[in-house]
Design a protein. Structure first.
Length: 672
């Protein structure tokens, strides 16, 4: 009996060894991903794995994850069609990013997360290809549409766990969240958090933006206050901003949204319900106004001051009477009041997030390094609040290509091996910016030079943490053929990698004479750019754009553009061109790629400044550089006669294109 059981044990062990060998041999990507990412509980070990061999500690080499394993998980051969390969032309040329991932904040994290996102996306594609009937595919596609609008009504007093509203595809510029409720309870304090996806091993998800409303103050003040904050890269709180601010002189301004009114030519102050519904601050006079654009303070100066404002339901006399009845009691203005209904709207702007309460702008919060709207996956509300409803609108949603008119006209012209483009334009975009990309396709990508192939245009888009967004992005890439997917998750700190990718595509894939970088909220007059290049007659050593020759690094840690002394110790930057639209000659773009492959390219997180730094180094190495300034490339907004107009939403893009088509020239929209 003992011999028999021993034989069974030996046989079992032998079978396990065979199975293990088979699994190791046949695993495609998944086991590498598990080894490379899931077991790397110590971030420093993972960082060490990404370093070139010369930097590895040979004594601990058995504990260090192989760089090859990380490369394999992202760059392994996949079962995808030739058509689908069109969106991955740059992908395999970016393998060297892994060797330099630690050079940028979030770099290691972004590649790590991309491996997981990519495997999930490929698994979904395989499932779609083999496991579903046509009917179930249609049903699945409908279920996966990113909604434009979400609402929760008839909510009640918040439970101890609070209220949560899932945002399946994140937020984008123009998105808004409106919260209607009544502060109640003993204190009436409540908080609103915009959170991201949960992190492995972390009990709570990262807080992208935090509002804490304290009606009876806190340790710093006895007066009511709104505290705004966000997490840092280290998953700790940053420096809080308070409204009202204890230092009003530091109350900086944040660039807000532009609202284009084509249908609502009226004074919305006369109809506050309409103002809530369309999301415009009712305190601003929109009478006979087609566009309203303003700079808003971190905290409205009236917050915390003596309340002498006249409300819409009280006359001057009744207001004065009520103040007399209260005698010497101090009354200050604060947007929330215990037991009173409030309508608060949080809106995503171009450089920050704005909060309005009852139609009046109250606070603005400038984007920080970790505050990126596309990362938001959930709205959480907790505290003493009788919540009536929550409405999320203007959410990113993809367009149904089946209902797109003249789909063929929106597809990109394929690259030709016989005729290379004269100019290649790479467009920065994030995965859930579906509407912006469609606006670009319908407007300046319709120039004859683009349709004929003289100019080639591609969007450069990183992966998303959300699989739903990645699937929508993949389908969009297959449909239009104008997207290049990046092997990393999109973080603002990593945009320099996209600049590198544009240089690679423009020279190694498109073989263009010139390479241009722009954004998906920039309107590019392609004809004017081509004419400018023709007039300049410079084929080598060219940087063309809005040149900044005297700029300094931002040294405030809370700035979105913060640069430490370690990143750039000098007081000034070398000349660089603003990001909404600049062009480099082919030789510069090729040299950028060559230096990157050899590990000699300084990776700097501000991409437009980085290009200036790279060109300056080439200049020191003997390259003759021509800086060609064009002041009609507008970095903020639009002015008549523009070459490039920045911060243009989809509606504005369509308006600008229509003006050009009607023969009105390069005139901005929204003229009174």
């Amino acid at each position: 009996m003992k011999r028999w059981s021993g034989g069974v044990l030996i046989a079992s062990l032998f079978m396990l060894l065979i199975l293990r060998y088979g699994l190791m041999k046949n695993s495609i990507g998944e086991s590498y991903l598990m080894n490379a990412f899931s077991n790397a509980t110590n971030p420093l070990e993972w960082v060490q794995a990404t370093l070139p061999p010369a930097y590895k500690n040979t004594e601990n080499s058995t504990q260090v994850i192989s760089t090859d394993a990380i490369v394999f998980s992202l760059f392994a051969q996949r079962n995808i069609s030739n058509e689908e390969q069109e969106s991955l032309h740059t992908w395999n040329l970016l393998k060297h990013l892994i060797d330099q991932a630690q050079a940028l904040p979030n770099g290691v994290e972004a590649i790590k997360e991309a491996g997981s996102a990519w495997n999930s996306l490929m698994a979904s594609i395989e499932e779609e290809r083999h496991g579903y009937t046509n009917e179930s595919l249609i049903r699945k596609a409908k279920e996966k549409q990113c909604p434009h609008f979400l609402n929760k009504v008839n909510a009640t007093v918040l439970e101890s766990s609070g209220f949560k509203l899932r945002l399946p595809c994140g937020l984008t510029q123009g998105s808004s969240i409106t919260i209607i409720g009544i502060p109640n309870g003993l204190l009436g304090n409540f908080r609103i958090d915009l959170t991201g996806e949960a992190l492995p091993g972390e009990p709570d998800p990262p807080i992208i933006l935090h509002y804490n409303v304290r009606l009876y103050g806190d340790k710093i003040t006895e007066d009511p206050v709104i505290v705004q904050n966000t997490w840092t890269v280290a998953h700790d709180w940053g420096e809080e901003e308070r409204c009202p601010s204890p230092n009003p002189e530091k109350n900086k301004k944040v660039y807000a949204l532009s609202f284009v009114l084509y249908l609502f030519k009226m004074d919305v102050t006369s109809n506050p319900l309409l103002a809530i519904r369309i999301g415009f601050p009712s305190s601003i006079d929109y009478h006979n106004c087609f566009i309203c654009q303003w700079m808003s303070c971190q905290c409205n100066k009236v917050v915390g001051r003596n309340d002498t404002l006249v409300t819409g339901t009280h006359s001057e006399g009744s207001k004065r009477s009520s103040m007399v009845q209260e005698g010497s009691k101090r009354r200050i203005f604060f947007p929330f009041k215990q037991g009173h209904l409030s309508v608060a709207t949080i809106r995503v702007g171009s450089e920050g997030i704005q909060m309005t309460v009852d139609g009046k702008h109250i606070t603005s919060f400038a984007y920080r390094e970790t505050l990126e709207p596309w990362l938001v996956s959930e709205v959480r509300i907790s505290g003493d609040l009788n919540l009536i409803s929550v409405v999320a609108s203007g959410l990113p949603t993809s367009e149904d290509s089946e209902h797109t008119i003249d789909l063929a006209a929106l597809k990109s012209a394929p690259l030709s091996t016989k005729k290379f483009p004269h100019l290649f334009i790479g467009v920065f975009s994030t995965a859930n910016n579906f509407k912006r990309r469609m606006a670009v396709r319908k407007t300046w990508m319709q120039y004859a030079a683009v349709r004929s192939g003289t100019v080639a245009v591609r969007f450069f888009v990183g992966l998303h943490k959300n699989q739903l967004v990645n699937e929508e992005l993949w389908n969009e890439a297959r449909t239009y053929g104008d997207i290049q997917i990046m092997p990393f998750v999109d973080y603002y700190n990593l945009i320099t990698w996209k600049t590198l990718a544009i240089c690679i595509f423009g020279t190694q894939v498109a073989s263009a004479n010139y390479v241009m970088k722009t954004d998906d909220d920039a309107f590019v007059r392609v004809d004017e750019v081509l004419d400018s290049l023709k007039r300049i007659k410079v084929r080598n050593g060219l940087l063309y754009g809005l040149i900044n020759s005297d700029s300094h690094p931002h040294r405030s840690p809370d700035s979105k553009w913060y640069i430490s002394l370690e990143e750039w110790p000098e007081e000034r930057y070398p000349p660089w061109a603003h990001g909404p639209g600049y062009v480099v000659s082919r030789d510069i773009a090729k040299e950028v790629y060559r230096r990157h492959k050899e590990g000699h390219l300084k990776i700097f997180k501000l991409e437009d400044v980085a290009m200036g730094i790279w060109i300056n180094q080439m200049k020191k190495d003997g390259l003759k550089v021509r800086y060609e300034n064009n002041e009609r490339i507008y970095n903020e907004g639009c002015k008549d006669g523009y070459t490039v107009a920045h911060y243009q939403g989809p509606s504005e893009m369509l308006c600008l294109w229509q003006k050009l088509q009607e023969g009105n020239g390069a005139r901005c929209c929204g003229d009174r």
